[in-house]
Write a protein that binds this ligand. Sequence first.
Ligand code: NAD
Length: 225
Amino acid sequence: AEIPTAAISRLVTYLRILEQLETQDVSRTSSSDLAERAGVSAFQVRKDLAYFGRFGTRGMGYTVPVLKRELVRVLGLNQTWNVVIVGMGRLGQAIANYPGASDYQFQYAGLFDVSPSIVGQQIRNLTVRHMDDLKAFVAENKVDMGFLAVPPDRAQDAAQMLVDAGIRGILNFAPVVIQSSPEVGAQEISDEWRGVIVENVDFLAGMKRLAFYILNPHLKDAPLT
Ligand code: NAD
């Protein structure tokens, strides 16, 4: 059965709430408590969790560390994820220097660019490599994910290089829709793109949604995520 994308976004939110509760030494929670903290209904919380199993006891709620452990497992955060960043300009460098990713087992394995002024530079403890080395590097280091932080007009080609190298997931920061078929508008997904997941991160898109909803608050159906 398919699970709504929004349910997975909410699981990530529940996990963050459970982490906060744990730091506050709170050992038990309930669907209504989680719901209130997440800004959704208790029914929604129970429904989201029910996709993956039964984690609580009826009438007793959830044990915080147990539910946290289960969500970590469901989300696949108990395994190591090797990540490359492609495009080491302003954004790529900011991401590489942000410490939060290492809370879970996301590891920046390699940094890539094409500019002679950036390739060879040390950023954090890594040397920026040239894109020509991407394919061999991804294979050698079992890289699963790529962050795409190249200019918009370079994004499709760079994404194709990531996919050709065997990457399974792309976090795309460029404000373009990455195409998974050879021709624009074609329905057919090309073989190497089958199973590749692209997630888009675009704060300007968020600002556009905000502008709309500030002007049309009555049209809002759920919290902005
Ligand atoms: P930037 O120009 O500072 O950096 C882009 C880097 O990509 C450069 O170092 C360039 O050499 C490299 N590059 C170009 N072609 C490449 C290729 N084929 N393979 C690998 N590297 C390549 O740009 P930026 O400000 O860091 O933004 C990067 C992307 O993120 C853009 O698409 C931008 O629209 C988007 N974005 C940026 C921000 C931001 O705050 N800077 C915010 C949201 C989105």
